[in-house]
Design a protein around this ligand. Structure first.
Ligand code: AMP
Ligand code: GLY
Length: 429
């Protein structure tokens, strides 16, 4: 443990990643009473107002380790899935550096859907019925005899695009061919999970865990489809809100007892204790809650609605996780609601143009309880330009969801860039 000096800001923190989630993390870390300096690799335009952005890609494990050593970083927070799956936390720890996030072995709960499904089966954690295939011919034979719709998932990380819900045997064969023969996801699609299609409400529950103790955060829901009414292609997320209206205290208790705690225990028993944030993607079905997926990290855009509701100093939580004393701290939340609307480049998630100037952000930031988290922006000479598919996430906080929805859209209207696209129904489910 590092010694603390009361009242003196002394910690130097490095956040790895460069999207809206990382902006929300940097923003929350900047409010810590202990932090004197924040770096972000690689960061983005908005993050550069709160942290020094360093030009190291999030997947450059050696580069990040070297930077953390040379700059006497006290704590590195690894936010995205890729560096976690690559073992960035292990590499930092091997150099005696403190890092927040799971090791490579523990991150497998996200990086291999086959591992995650087998874990759930072994430990009786409720999830969709499934079969695993690494042989294309056998997978094709199987989809000829099942009922539809069904769900086909590439085993590995595929930028959120590796899951296809198919309505008939033709679509199923097409998806299998793309993954297993044409290898559109490379190695990640050579093995597939074919699973039962579940119906219900989707809820995201993130939890802090030190491998033994687990503390769920407030619930959230995201909106994955590109257009209103959940139409159009899947995206990285077009918005989110917290809390979920359907995640009642009773369901929360059931999820904690049947899913959250058993998962943490299972990982420890497997010799892969999970330390960091574990994200439970849940489907609340008529037969009870089921796990759709695990993520070994903070969700995006869920983080942009969950962290603004956190009262506790997040750095204290990170330290308690690393030092395995999460049972000793009290995590407090505001009794309010948050809604985040993502402003995307027209065309996203397919092709889109970037480089357009963004106006209106300063106007919005004059309002209380409004945050503008940058996802894909560049700052040049004090002006912001679009540089990605998801450009900004505007979050509003209010006493309840309806007020937060009203407030967020009043402010979204003040922001402009060429071909800006956003959903008008965030928070309404
Ligand atoms: P995943 O990456 O596994 O979360 O899948 C992406 C999205 O596909 C989920 O957020 C759900 O909307 C959907 N999905 C995944 N698995 C299933 C399932 N078994 N039944 C219905 N929808 C699913
Ligand atoms: N919001 C889903 C994710 O972070 O993967």
């Amino acid at each position: 443990m590092i010694l603390t000096v009361d009242g003196v800001k002394w910690m130097r923190i490095l956040v790895v990643g460069g999207g809206g989630r990382e902006h929300a993390l940097v923003w929350k870390i900047s409010q810590s009473s202990k932090v004197s300096k924040i770096y972000c690799a690689p960061g983005n335009g908005g993050i550069s107002e709160l942290a020094e952005c360093v030009n190291i890609p999030a997947t450059d494990v050696e580069g990040v380790v070297r930077f953390a050593k040379q700059n006497h970083i006290d704590l590195t927070v690894v936010a995205p899935d890729d560096p976690l799956a690559m073992g960035m936390v292990d590499a930092l720890q091997a150099e005696g550096l403190r890092a927040f996030g799971p090791t490579k072995d523990a991150a497998m709960i996200e990086s291999s859907k086959v591992f995650a499904k087998n874990l759930m089966q072994k430990y009786g954690i409720p999830t969709a019925k499934y079969k695993v295939f690494d042989d294309y011919g056998q997978a094709v034979k199987y989809v000829e005899q099942i009922e539809y719709p069904t769900v086909i998932k590439a085993e590995g990380l595929a930028l959120g695009k590796g899951v296809v819900i198919v309505n008939d045997v033709y679509e199923a064969k097409e998806a299998l061919k793309a993954m297993m023969v044409d290898k559109v996801f490379g190695q990640a699609g050579l093995r597939v999970v074919i699973e039962e299609h579940l119906i219900g409400s989707e809820v995201s529950v993130l939890a802090f865990t030190d491998g033994r103790t687990v503390i769920p955060m407030v619930s959230a829901q995201d909106h994955k489809r590109a257009y209103d009414g959940d139409r159009g292609p899947n995206t990285g997320g077009m918005g989110a809100f917290s809390p979920s209206r359907v995640y009642t205290p009773e369901i929360a208790r059931e999820v904690e007892n049947r899913i959250i705690k058993p998962t943490i225990k299972a990982m420890a028993e497997e010799g892969r204790p999970f330390k960091g944030v574990l994200y439970f993607g849940l489907m609340l079905t008529e037969h009870g809650p089921r796990v759709l997926e695990y993520n070994a990290r903070f969700g995006d855009p869920e983080t942009q609605v969950v962290l603004p509701r956190l009262k506790t100093d997040i750095v204290d939580i990170f330290e308690a996780v690393i030092d395995e004393r999460l049972d000793k701290i009290n995590i407090e939340w505001e009794d309010n609601a948050a809604v985040c609307v993502v402003l995307a480049s027209g065309g996203y998630p397919k092709s889109y143009k970037t480089g357009y100037e963004i106006s209106g952000i300063e106007e919005v930031l004059k309002e209380p309880d409004i945050m503008v988290f940058h996802a894909g922006t560049k700052r040049i000479d004090g002006k912001y330009y679009t540089s990605g598919g998801r450009v900004l996430g505007v979050t509003a906080i209010a006493k309840d969801l309806d007020t937060a929805i009203q407030k967020v859209y009043q402010n979204v209207e003040k922001i402009h860039f060429e071909n800006m696209h956003y959903r008008r129904d965030i928070g309404r489910k």
